[in-house]
Design a protein around this ligand. Structure first.
Ligand code: UDP
Length: 399
């Protein structure tokens, strides 16, 4: 029997991180699947960093990125070239991840070629079609185009059912970002062996910052950066490390507002083998990233989300994350409360990770076997329960 051909398609850093464990697991099952990697390279540099980290070598690299590309440019180039690629290579299924332009364009191109689509991280929703922009629309459209839904959590399944998706095609698998994180924790040589080795020598508390969302560019991002300035002025033991996204607008604002602020270090984005131990070494994370919201609880690090909406409410409901918005005062208040209050801090670190248990890629590949008739029974699902908080008195936290 000929093995089904699975095309794993992506174009950006977060997609590479989240699809790497799925690719690795599919490759282990090579007697069952013929797997190939197709990249658009929608973001060239940050994607390449991840391809190297995970040892993924694309079978097709469309290299579509151009300077000052608009959303329409990226969509058009990705769609046209992906449809031609699918027509030529004829995969039996196309796997996409998340909510990028590449994800949506690949799902649409596969639909044009009448090739089934499997959507990893299906069913994420905010109630606002413009936030995050344009990701909220890309994931809704991708779900409409998909045939199999790999929902990370039962909330995501619920969202998909609300959109009329077929219940039998939805599988709660957990998010493979947790698999990637655990693998890298095992493989990482540790922070001391990376370019950020000096972080280990910092005596005070460490706050890791990432912020780059398109809908935050301009005034909201300025307010976030002003909050960071105020926090380091208030907490004299607080050191902020900010790997600044390659987007020139983010870089400019970061340098203008935070460039010469004491105890705030701006650096280039770092590879995942560095970023994971950096997250683990941090006392608190402030972020607008989707992936980081999922990773922080898996590492037991409190996370404050600087966005007005989040599609990842599981963390907020479980008490491992706070949604602070983008107003300076509110961000300062929420972060200060975590830093000043030891029992609140301890509660946020102890609950566990509602997004996955490190076995999502196994479940996704089991589902693919089921879909192609290579196994008889429907695979088991990810089912998370919070860890009960310890009653012990927390230690004093300094400020
Ligand atoms: N990340 C990284 N290096 C960095 C910053 C982030 O490897 O300097 C990783 C992070 O761990 C997460 C992913 O990149 O898995 C998040 O990417 P991004 O914030 O660009 O996208 P989002 O998660 O918001 O879709």
């Amino acid at each position: 029997m000929i093995s089904p051909k699975v095309a794993v398609v992506f174009g950006t850093r977060p997609e590479a991180i989240k699809l790497a464990p799925v690719y690795e697991e599919l490759s282990k099952r090579k007697e069952k699947f013929d797997v190939e990697v197709i990249v658009t390279a929608q973001h060239r540099e940050m994607l390449d960093q991840m391809l190297n980290t995970f040892g993924m070598y694309p079978d097709v690299d469309l290299d579509i990125m151009q300077p000052e590309q608009t959303l329409a440019d990226v969509t058009t180039r990705a769609l046209t070239q992906l449809q031609a690629t699918f027509a030529q290579r004829a995969p039996d299924i196309v796997l996409v991840q998340g909510d990028t332009c590449t994800c949506f364009a690949a799902a649409l191109a596969a639909y044009y070629e009448k090739i089934p689509v499997g959507h990893v991280e299906a069913g994420l929703r905010t109630s606002d079609r413009y936030s995050p922009f344009p990701e909220e629309m890309y994931r809704r459209l991708t779900d409409q185009l998909s045939d199999i839904y790999f929902a990370a959590t039962s909330r995501a399944r619920h969202n998909l059912l609300g959109d009329g998706c077929d219940i039998g095609s939805i599988f709660v698998t957990g998010n493979p970002v947790v698999d990637a994180l655990y693998t890298v924790m095992e493989r990482s040589p540790g922070l001391e062996k990376t370019e950020l080795h000096w972080v280990n020598a910092i005596e005070g508390r460490i706050c890791l910052l990432t912020a780059h969302r398109r809908e935050s560019l301009g005034v909201p991002l300025t307010r976030v950066f002003l909050a960071i300035k105020e926090l380091v002025q208030t907490f004299h033991d607080l050191n902020v490390i900010f790997p600044v996204h390659k987007n020139p607008k983010v870089k400019k604002a970061a340098e203008e507002i935070l460039g010469s602020t004491e105890r705030v270090v701006l650096c280039d984005p770092v590879d995942y083998l560095t970023f994971v131990p950096l997250m683990a070494r941090s006392d608190i994370i402030i972020t607008d990233s989707g992936g980081v919201q999922e990773e922080a609880p898996a590492l037991g690090v409190p996370v404050v989300v600087v966005r007005d909406t989040t599609e990842r409410l599981e963390g907020v409901d479980a008490g491992v994350a706070k949604l602070a918005g983008t107003q300076t005062d509110e961000i300062v208040a929420q972060v200060s409360s975590v830093l000043k209050n030891p029992s609140e801090y301890q509660r946020m670190t102890a609950v566990g990770c509602p997004y996955g248990d490190g076995r999502a890629a196994t479940r996704i590949c089991d589902v693919l076997e089921f879909y192609f008739g290579l196994r008889d029974t429907r695979p088991g699902e990810f089912d998370w329960q919070p860890v009960e908080p310890d009653e012990e008195e927390p230690a004093e936290a300094g400020d």
